[in-house]
Design a protein around this ligand. Structure first.
Ligand code: GAL
Ligand code: ZN
Length: 673
């Protein structure tokens, strides 16, 4: 078992190549003093490592690594394949990606590469081999990050001839015969039949419209291409550096690559966490989304994970975000630990004076003098270090699984139905309901084993296969509580509408309903009556109404408006030893609360405790030991109460139940307490 990552808990992303050598030692000593144990290096410095074709120069890196080593700091090396150098692009402009409008993108940013291009892959293999051979025996190097944030900036690139050929081969492998392929894509529509796989195009911009089946395969192909591009590098590093760990820095719910697939051959998954958002597009205090990112990353391998980039200051490229308040940066880092991070690496060590990211602030400001951020994070590493070794490897032991499927996400991004309907947001809406109740959640793949979960929530199960349907039947049969929603069972795996039954198709029998008609709520919400609270008038159906006929289920809520007033909107069905809820709309907050109250009771799910808004309660468990975290993510004092609070030992923090702004409490106990 590779365990070169053990014992590393705090780190920073460092770019020695941006600073004069005379400065390096000051940096290393400041890092050491701050509690930094590990540094990521090199993930964009291709030119520094190979300034001319085949002429490798690792001398500067050796020097930086040795210096860090003298301060007892270990190193992760990034393969710099997200930034091919100018000499390479000039020599082989065909490695630049082609966008959907057929334009070749230029040099000058990053990710300007076509990942299928055989020539580009050759250069990548040569460089990664040279790196792996050179660093395999260096005792300070403990692990690797492959490339950087796969899928970031790749959009749906690349549409070049090389990618076209790879796509054709991928299709041929998947479908075998052109006949099967034509049927799967429904090419009879608009005369899109192909006589051979060689006739298939990459989906460049059309005059009008797209084939949803083609687009789904294209998105899956792009994901597989990235996984393959990563694997080439992994194979090389495994061969020369068998003791080193390998990871990749993922981006939460970004969807260009299926992270479950991407993480399979990694030692652990990593995530880049920026609560301050990018270009200020996200709200500043987005605790719930940040928590979901972390739970998602943990779910990729069902394992603790690393944060490879944790916000260390104000974010911004040309436009900037708010500056984190005193205490906020450490609270954000602690949130990661509370959700299963074993190591937090801060991005970046020092604010850069050159290039695109001059305003993406580091732990140190431009001046390089330790300021308030340094002092704050230093205090945090000192406070948490004693507990991090013990915590390492522990997991939250969730009893609720939310199904997340990249294929469903792709299908909805191709046909969102309603202009504001978004698969990820829909999943996050259900997540939010559990988050606010302090109920730990895993995100599960639809191919995962559900038997550990008492409650499985599977929003928008739009593409349906026999295997998946069987799985849901079996889960309920065995006593699980299952929540299904609108637009379930609509299409087959090829993104083609099924027509053998009314919706939700084969799942009708499981839900005890039939959706006989539906309505896309473009301009108005529809009022709903929650049967147990008939008078209140605070429940709404939004974006979509499934018009439901009961076939054995019970109606929990009915529409109050439109021609379908009085027909069911939310239903509950007993199936086998379990219960199946069906929500035929995007429920308003109160409606969702009402359904989830009922589902949680039916599943016997217990919350960790009660808390004020902005406080997070979470837990990790290992070998019979339990840690409960109470974290105040706000700048105001706030309270909480965990079950049987007096019994628990407070391992970190002040007064039980009362949190100062951005304060963290950690309780420790034995399982069963
Ligand atoms: C991340 C990326 C880093 C840096 C940072 C700030 O997405 O991995 O390399 O670019 O954002 O923009
Ligand atoms: Zn390409």
């Amino acid at each position: 078992m590779r365990d070169s990552f053990k014992g590393l808990h705090f780190g920073t992303d460092y770019y020695p190549e941006h600073w004069p050598r005379e400065r390096w030692e000051t940096d290393a000593s400041l890092m050491k003093e701050m509690g930094i144990q590990v540094v990521r290096l090199g993930e964009f410095s291709w030119h520094k490592m190979e300034p001319r074709e085949g002429k490798y120069d690792f001398g500067w890196l050796d020097e930086a690594i040795a210096l860090l080593g003298r301060y007892d700091i270990q190193v992760i090396l990034g393969t710099p394949t997200a930034a091919p150098p100018a000499w390479l692009v000039n020599r082989h402009p065909e490695i630049l990606p082609i966008d959907s409008q057929g334009r070749r993108r230029g040099f000058g940013g990053r990710h300007h590469d076509c990942q299928s291009n055989p020539l580009y892959r050759k250069y990548v293999k040569n460089l990664v081999t040279a790196m792996a051979v050179h660093f395999s025996e260096n005792p300070i190097v403990k692990g690797w990050q492959i490339d950087n944030e796969f899928g970031n900036a790749h959009g749906d690139l690349c549409m070049c001839d090389s990618c076209r050929k790879s796509f054709q081969e991928w299709l041929q492998k998947k479908y075998g015969s052109v006949e099967c392929f034509n049927a799967a894509w429904g090419t009879a529509f608009w005369s899109q039949e192909y006589n051979s796989f060689e006739e298939v195009f990459t989906p460049r911009i059309t005059v009008t419209g797209e084939n949803p089946s083609a687009m789904l395969d294209w998105k899956c192909f792009c994901s597989d291409l990235i996984v393959d591009f990563q694997q080439i590098q992994i194979d090389i590093i495994r061969r020369y550096c068998p003791e080193h760990f390998i990871t990749h820095n993922c981006m939460g719910f970004a969807d260009k690559v299926n992270y479950y697939d991407l993480s399979k051959t990694l030692d652990f998954a990593s995530h880049d966490q920026y609560p301050g958002g990018f270009y200020g597009k996200m709200p500043f205090e987005n605790n719930e989304l940040m928590a979901a990112n972390l739970d998602m990353t943990r779910s990729f391998k069902k394992q603790p994970f690393w944060i490879m980039e944790q916000q260390a200051g104000m974010t911004g490229w040309n436009i900037m975000g708010r500056t984190p308040a005193p205490g906020q940066l450490s609270a954000w880092a602690e949130q990661c630990v509370a959700h299963g991070a074993d190591c937090v690496v801060f991005f970046r060590w020092r604010s850069c004076t050159v290039g695109t990211e001059q305003y993406w602030h580091g732990i140190l400001p431009h001046s390089g003098r330790p300021g308030r951020r340094y002092a704050e994070l230093k205090e945090m590493t000192k406070r948490l270090s004693p507990i991090m070794d013990e915590l390492s490897g522990s997991m939250p032991d969730s009893r609720v699984g939310i199904v997340f499927s990249y294929r469903q996400e792709y299908a909805f991004s191709i046909q969102p139905h309603h202009p504001d309907l978004n698969y990820v947001n829909q999943v996050l809406m259900y997540y939010g309901e559990l988050y606010k109740r302090s109920i730990p959640v895993d995100f599960v793949q639809d191919t995962d084993d559900f038997s550990n979960y008492r409650l499985v929530i599977a929003p928008l199960q739009y593409l349906m296969t026999k295997e998946l349907a069987d799985k849901y039947f079996a889960y309920a049969e065995a006593g699980g509580t299952l929540v299904l929603t609108m637009r379930t069972g609509v299409k087959d795996e090829h993104n083609i509408c099924m027509c053998d039954r009314e919706l939700p198709g084969v799942l009708s029998d499981l839900c005890g309903i039939e959706v006989s008609d539906y309505d896309c709520l473009r301009d108005a919400d529809v009022r709903v009556t929650w049967e147990e609270d008939r008078e209140s008038g605070v429940y709404y159906a939004t974006k979509w109404s499934d018009i439901i006929t009961l076939k054995g289920a019970e109606a929990l809520a009915c529409y109050r408006d439109e021609f379908y007033a009085g027909t069911p909107c939310v239903t509950e069905n007993a199936y086998g030893m379990g219960r199946v809820f069906y929500i035929g709309t995007e429920p308003s907050e109160k409606l969702l609360e009402a359904v989830m109250d009922r589902a949680a009771v039916s599943a016997g799910i217990r919350s960790i405790g009660r808390k004020d808004p902005g406080v997070e309660l979470s837990r990790r468990k290992k070998d019979g030991k339990v840690w409960i975290f109470a974290l105040n993510l706000t700048g105001r004092p706030a309270g909480y109460e965990i079950g049987e609070q007096q019994k628990w030992k407070l391992a970190l923090g002040g007064q039980k139940g009362m949190l100062q702004p951005f304060e963290l409490h950690i309780y420790q106990g034995e399982e069963g307490e």
